[in-house]
Write a protein that binds this ligand. Structure first.
Ligand code: G6P
Length: 608
């Protein structure tokens, strides 16, 4: 949450930072600001609203800087106003600070500074950082920054510029992402490596409690004990074009359409067809660790949690390993019971979700190994886990997860095959499963080719205020994900429900103003679902069925039917999810919603 971008070098600092912030806007977009140094003076601009408002203001003012830091905000402390927007300055406007995360002890620091006569102008936790640095500063910025950082508690990434040092940005991070990009006589800082792709592929991440002094030709890094350390550069894998919208109206639509290729990439080179099994070359787990697994515990938030639920069904059905799934924000405070023989799987598209990372730290402190399933190279989760399987989905920019989710399910399916083959799954069964997986990208494409039908249906269903998604077995987590997509981007109050549970309360809400989307693509339970469809229909709710092509028993019950290709029950969630994504997208579009940046949300939830 919140995006930081900074630049030191000979280029146009203002436009580089504004363009960098554009790549980070998905992290927060209620206000934005920029500060920099020119001719020994510190100047800044801040605006409420999207980055475009700031961009205009910066142009109108004709701001030019030699170095600059910028910020796009997702408000935590203090409502989104110009004053609460970052950067925050000290009283004499000698320095500017941008910050992502939460300074937990800001109240006590604020009181101490107030007692010394410091006047605060904003409601933010960040402002204390600016005043603290100024209070310690006696000509040595690094020393003042060190003393300040030593007092801070919480999760944060911070960048500072000072009018006396027009050649450097000082940064630190603690449990929050901050990446330094090293170019040719220029350097960058960003909250997310995607934002650097246009400028450089050579990057390193700031680890907890490290401080870096970033200048154009040199980056010095110090550890928590203030000792200089050298950091190894890693080379980013993706292309700058992958974070452009291209001809699509929204990143979300582009990412929905990228799914056939993303799924191909997630599977590519991982099949061992000869043995009906799977291999993950990047997974540094001892084979005995996997053979000895007796239980699995999956952790995640949002869509990643839903992917985990689907994974648990597959792992229990096919690998016969008891699997529990927990919402990371709940799990982390439960002093969890983790027995030996348990494999923990942490799922996160971004690898930066604070609750998932905290839950991982908790279980690792208990001595358990954690396998991460993640999309972002070098992200915190990948560094905090014992091994990682990458999604290979490419950058996901739209706030709601689309290709991130479907590739998570694909990776979980592959992992299931690997673990099942180590147990009782036969070679033939393994090969059959892989064969169905192989067909998926083309089948997803078939769903996408049907976009016109979704657009048409969206017109019919865009004006309702509430909706249900229902399903059984594999279609139950799929219904949770379908409902989440719709509520995230269209603001329709939608709930996912196990179809059999409708009678225990939710059916009371059904009426002609509340449509039900019934996910009918689970062969083993369809006959049971059919009765639920009749129950829905007799309460007058408009009923849309999403069903496999071969399913002919719908017998005139639904008002509308969306067909998806037929596959095995375990993989059908991927095809049905693509259908619910398209439905949510076109409904949101019909309602004029801000699809890539829905209100109040942020893609990377780096605060609790
Ligand atoms: C946010 C996003 C969701 C995502 C969730 C977990 O809420 O808007 O789309 O599912 O975070 O994110 P993660 O990166 O951990 O998968």
């Amino acid at each position: 949450m919140c995006g930081i971008f900074g630049y030191v070098g000979p280029g146009d600092a203002v436009s580089i930072v504004i363009n960098g912030l554009k790549k980070l806007e998905y992290r927060g977009y209620d206000s934005a600001g920029i500060a920099g140094v020119k001719n020994g003076q510190l100047k800044y601009a801040k605006e409420v609203g999207k980055l475009s408002v700031l961009e205009k203001e910066v142009q109108d003012q004709g701001l030019r800087f030699d170095i600059a830091i910028g910020h796009t905000r997702w408000a935590t402390h203090g409502v989104p106003t110009k004053i609460n927007a970052h950067p925050h300055l000290d009283t004499n406007h000698t320095l500017a600070v941008v910050h992502n995360g939460i300074i937990e002890n800001h109240e006590s620091l604020r009181s101490a500074l107030k007692q010394k006569g410091v006047k605060f102008v904003s409601d933010t936790d960040t402002e204390v950082v600016a005043h603290l640095i100024a209070s310690f500063y006696q000509g040595d910025l690094l020393e003042a920054f060190r003393q300040t950082v030593g007092l801070l508690k919480g999760a944060f990434a911070i960048a500072v510029v000072h009018k006396d040092f027009p050649d450097r940005i000082l940064v630190t991070a603690n449990q929050c992402p901050l990446v330094v990009g090293v170019g040719n006589n220029e350097a960058f800082i960003a909250s997310d490596s995607h934002a650097l792709a246009k400028h450089t592929r050579e990057v390193f991440f700031i680890s907890d409690a490290e401080i870096a002094v970033v200048t154009a030709d040199k980056v010095e890094v110090f550890d928590a004990k203030h000792e200089p350390i050298s950091k190894e550069l890693m080379t980013l894998a993706y292309e700058a074009e992958s974070i452009e919208k291209g001809s699509y109206a929204h990143f979300t639509l582009k990412e929905i359409h990228e799914q056939p290729q993303a799924i191909r990439n997630a599977m590519g080179s991982r099949f061992v067809e000869e043995y009906g099994s799977v291999t993950f070359e990047e997974l540094k787990f001892d084979i005995n660790d996997l053979i000895g697994v007796q239980r699995i515990l999956i952790l995640g938030c949002g869509s990643s949690y839903h992917a985990g639920l689907l994974g648990s069904y597959m792992l229990e059905d096919l690998a016969r390993i008891p699997t529990q799934v927990e919402i990371a924000s709940e799990f982390r405070y439960r002093n969890p019971i983790v027995k030996s023989g348990t494999l923990i799987i942490a799922i996160s598209q971004s690898g930066e979700t604070a609750d998932t990372i905290a839950a991982v730290k908790e279980v690792r402190a208990k001595g358990t190994k954690v396998l991460a399933i993640c999309n972002v190279q070098g992200s915190t989760l990948t560094r905090e886990s014992d091994g990682c399987i990458f999604l290979r989905a490419g950058p996901e920019i739209g706030v709601c997860s689309t290709k991130g989710f479907t590739t998570q399910v694909v990776v979980l399916a592959l992992l299931t095959v690997l673990l099942a083959r180590m147990r009782h799954m036969s070679k033939q069964e393994g090969q059959d499963f892989l064969h169905h997986l192989q067909k998926l990208p083309d089948q997803v494409q078939q769903v996408l080719n049907n976009s016109a039908q979704f657009e048409k249906l969206a017109k019919k269903y865009a004006n309702y205020d509430s909706a249900f998604f229902i399903g059984r077995r594999y279609m139950f987590p799929t219904s949770l994900e379908g409902a989440l997509k719709l509520k995230e981007i269209s603001y329709i109050n939608s709930s996912g429900y196990a179809a059999g549970e409708m009678k225990h309360g939710p059916i009371a809400l059904l009426n002609p103003k509340c449509p039900v989307f019934a996910l009918c693509a689970n062969k083993t339970t369809f006959s049971k679902l059919e009765s639920n469809l009749r129950e829905v229909k007799s309460r007058g709710s408009p009923l849309v069925a999403i069903a496999e092509e071969g399913l002919n028993h719908l017998g005139g019950i639904p008002d509308d039917i969306i067909r998806v290709p037929e596959t095995i029950d375990e993989l059908e969630p991927i095809l049905v999810t693509v259908a619910t994504q398209l439905l949510a997208y076109y409904i949101a579009n019909e309602r004029g919603a801000d699809i890539d940046q829905p209100r109040n949300l942020a893609k990377s939830v780096t605060v609790e």
